[in-house]
Ligand binder design. Structure first.
Ligand SMILES: Cc1ncc(COP(=O)(O)O)c(C=O)c1O
Length: 367
């Protein structure tokens, strides 16, 4: 794309490669199996859908600019102070706002090499320099992150569990990471997939925010709560960080529909429990099928797996992606994450997982 030099952007903007989302369509297939964006397998809570529908008569009104009811529901659910919660149009908006507030030209933002792409993209959009810390076995490496700190570092972002690798850091590792940061560096723990994790040593970040002035936890309604289309996320912050975010966010950044559905979803414990149980059943089932096909995969604690394909051009990740797509199954290529030999596959419904497993078996057997 040619850009008119008279309309110069801020430095760094033209270095950004746009984020490319997962495919939603497969040519010639009316209802593809969509496993490209880590969306919910089971769909939204019926209570959230009812709240969304009930709002239709009120959409001429501006939403509550303070997201009061939603923050109170989240406060009750997690045992935290609603005054320290800031809601956003997806956690993507909160990532962008945090970077805009705490990093700028000349500053560095450290993230894990195969961490969520919106961290480097938004760091660059804010004029800051993203710095990738290498990983160990596709897992955030605390020593490597700490080793990348300089006097210019303002923020560290980790996704825990991480997308796209599915790996996580236990609370002891997060504590070690936090202990390695100076007070002047803000640690953002993005726990988008927290509800799926079934490990005793995992803590999503609440305990860290409770006891430190320089830690923020991000959460989303796009994954287990199945409201990705409404765009809703939240940050649990030290009071001073909440104050900063409230100064810069737009006054009505969360739609009324998202707020209404969000409150109903938080209160619908039964649907949450069902979604968690579904993942706990199908994640190991699918992981075992892939292993049996000789496809190494990174052990995942989230609602997706990262599968590594052979280097052979007939069996590599691009060939697998195309084969699956030709059968109406959409997965995610990982080249943009520096993992071109891998595909990320979301845990869908039982029949969807059976279909992917069978199609991959066919792909691996074919020549
Ligand atoms: C780690 C991580 N953080 C944040 C997001 C963005 O979520 P939202 O839909 O709330 O913007 C995603 C979405 O894939 C994610 O994987």
């Amino acid at each position: 794309m040619r850009h008119d030099p008279k309309l110069a952007t801020r430095p760094g903007i033209l270095d950004i490669s746009p984020y490319i989302g997962g495919e939603a369509k497969a040519p010639g297939v009316e209802r593809p199996i969509r496993l490209a964006s880590n969306e919910s397998a089971l769909g939204p809570s019926s209570r959230a859908m009812a709240a969304y529908r009930a709002l239709a008569r009120e959409i001429h009104r501006y939403p509550d600019g303070n997201t009061q009811e939603l923050r109170e529901a989240l406060g009750r659910c997690h045992g935290i102070d609603p005054a320290r919660i800031v809601c956003g149009a997806g956690s993507d908006e909160l990532i962008a706002l945090l970077l805009r507030c705490y990093a700028g030209p000349g500053d560095e933002v450290v993230y894990s090499r195969h961490g969520f792409l919106m961290y480097p993209i938004n760091a660059m959009a804010a004029g800051a320099t993203p710095v990738a810390a290498p990983e160990r076995q596709l897992t955030t490496n605390v020593e490597a992150v700490v080793a990348r700190l300089t006097e210019r570092t303002r923020m560290v972002f980790i996704a825990n569990p991480n997308n796209p690798t599915g790996t996580y850091l236990g609370a002891g590792e997060v504590a070690r990471l936090h202990a390695g940061l100076p007070r002047s560096v803000l640690l953002v723990i993005d726990a988008a997939y927290a509800e799926f994790v079934n490990r005793n040593d995992y803590e999503p970040g609440i305990a860290f925010v409770n006891r430190a002035e320089n830690v923020v936890m991000l959460r989303t309604f796009s994954k287990i709560y199945a409201l990705a289309g409404l765009r809703l996320g939240w940050a649990y912050c030290p009071p001073a960080v909440a104050d900063i975010l409230n100064r810069v966010r737009s006054p009505f950044n969360v739609s009324a529909a998202a707020q209404a559905a969000g409150v109903a979803a938080v209160e619908d414990i039964e649907t949450l429990t069902r979604a968690r149980a579904h993942n706990q059943r199908w994640l190991p089932w699918f992981s075992e099928r892939l292993a049996a096909l000789g496809l190494p995969l990174t052990p995942s604690v989230a609602n997706f797996v990262l599968a590594r394909f052979p280097d052979d051009p007939h069996r590599n990740a691009d060939a697998a992606f195309a084969f699956l797509q030709s059968r109406g199954i959409l997965t995610r290529k990982m080249g943009a994450y520096g993992l071109p030999q891998h595909l990320r596959i979301t845990i869908g419904t039982g029949p969807e997982m059976a279909a992917v497993a069978a199609t991959l078996a066919e792909f691996m057997a074919a020549l």
